[in-house]
Design a protein around this ligand. Structure first.
Ligand SMILES: [Zn+2]
Length: 89
């Protein structure tokens, strides 16, 4: 969780369930995708919204809810993580 306007400290608070997530994945939520998700919320990065949660759900919405995915935090995180995991392997 973040406070989007807090661009002076960029503080990010994670629930303890974060510690049990996989490190990376191109298919499902991970520590990396969660971190990127949160960073996109800050006003000075992207100012994203939580219109659709979870990477899988945001991928499914590409064909049906284009107006939401353009500003959706998990859609942005999925775009970045897919490339990172794909090219790292
Ligand atoms: Zn969020």
């Amino acid at each position: 969780m973040v406070c989007g306007p807090d661009v002076s400290t960029h503080t990010i608070a994670f629930n303890t369930s974060f510690c049990h997530l996989r490190d990376t994945s191109a298919e499902a939520d991970s520590k990396l995708s969660t971190l990127i998700h949160e960073v996109t919320h800050f006003d000075d990065t992207f100012g994203s919204f939580d219109s659709i949660y979870y990477l899988r759900e945001s991928r499914k919405a590409v064909g049906t809810e284009r107006s939401k995915v353009k500003t959706n935090a998990d859609s942005l995180a999925g775009y970045v993580v897919w490339g990172e995991v794909f090219y790292a392997s």
